[in-house]
Design a protein around this ligand. Structure first.
Ligand code: SF4
Length: 196
């Protein structure tokens, strides 16, 4: 079966999902989008208002910033894959609970298994701490490579919505560090692409 068809099957399953309370207030599920053969996958936290309205991940203000971050290293959204830890919007944009993340994780695991990216960028503390099973804050986790299941590499970065709160690009600022981080991701991306 083609990857597109496998992903479409899970997308349909997600649409019908009522495994956790987030189903009750969603407008629609937000499955994820991008290249089914992506070498690089971005995983955020949860859909926000705009994502819930459109059914697409990272399309609000934070999403537009993520798009610019991706484009800053000459990549496009179409080359990578973008998803979230949970597929339904938490009310009031609160963080998803551990129970909600655990209920939804099998869908994300299935997406990762099908797409089989070599690099997973965990955006923000919710994604990073769950994937890496740690309570360390994102400020301590970001900017480093972690080996993850079956030879994949996880690289935590600040969530774009966190960056929206800080305009400074001065050395050491969250935006400055993110600029360093995405360049590091691109370096690994190029290396792995050459090797494949
Ligand atoms: Fe199902 Fe995930 Fe939505 Fe919860 S967040 S209802 S587990 S699709």
């Amino acid at each position: 079966m083609r990857k597109e068809d496998l992903l479409a099957e899970i997308r349909e399953e997600v649409k019908r999902c009522f495994r956790c309370p987030l189903a009750e207030q969603r407008t629609q599920t937000v499955f994820g989008e991008g290249n089914p053969d992506a070498l690089l996958m971005f995983i955020g936290e949860a859909p926000g208002e705009e994502e819930d309205r459109t059914g697409r991940p990272f399309v609000g203000k934070a999403g537009q910033l993520l798009t610019r971050i991706i484009q800053s290293v000459n990549l496009t959204r179409e080359e990578v894959y973008i998803a979230n830890m949970v597929k339904c919007r938490p009310p009031g944009n609160r963080n998803p609970t551990l129970q909600e993340i655990e209920a939804c994780f099998p869908f994300l695991e299935a997406q990762i298994a099908i797409i089989n990216p070599s690099i997973i960028v965990a955006l923000g503390s919710v994604a990073a701490s769950y994937l890496l099973d740690t309570k360390l804050p994102i400020s301590k986790l970001r900017g480093q490579w972690y080996d993850w299941r079956g030879g994949k590499k996880v690289f935590p970065m600040f969530h774009p919505s966190f960056l929206l709160r800080y305009n400074s690009r001065a050395p050491g600022s969250p935006r400055y560090l993110t600029w360093l981080d995405i360049k590091e991701v691109k370096k690994m991306y190029d290396l792995l692409r050459q090797a494949s």
